[in-house]
Each structure stands twice: as structure tokens, then as C-alpha cells.
Design a protein around this ligand. Sequence first.
Ligand SMILES: [Zn+2]
Length: 66
Amino acid sequence: MKCARCKEINAPNMQYCFKSGLPLNDKTVVTLEENAEVIQRLMTADAIKPMIDKRIREIMEEGKNK
Ligand SMILES: [Zn+2]
């Protein structure tokens, strides 16, 4: 069974890739890929910009206190 992530060949009865830990069950792989897509959509600039702005403000505040 070939791993979809690292292309490592695993034994047919293996549930997870011994190298990368990716589930070899087709259904599970599809689910993970769907999740990855959702995560990618969430991680757009709009989603992370407030976090970056907050961190920049924190860094600037820290700088003021020095
Ligand atoms: Zn793998």
C-alpha cells in the first residue's frame, strides 16, 4: 500500500504509514485532504491578519517598556 503523502510502500495490512503516520485507509485520507482544504481556507490573509496585527501591537508595547 502506497502512502499518499510520502509515497512510502507499506504492508497491505498496515492502517497507517510507518514513515509519515498518514492513514492508508482511502476514506480517512480523503477526509484529511478535505480538512486540509478547510484549514487552508481559514488560513487566508483575512483570517490571520488580526492575529498578526495583535502580535505587532504586543511587540511595539514591549518595545515601549524598555
Ligand atoms: Zn507516509
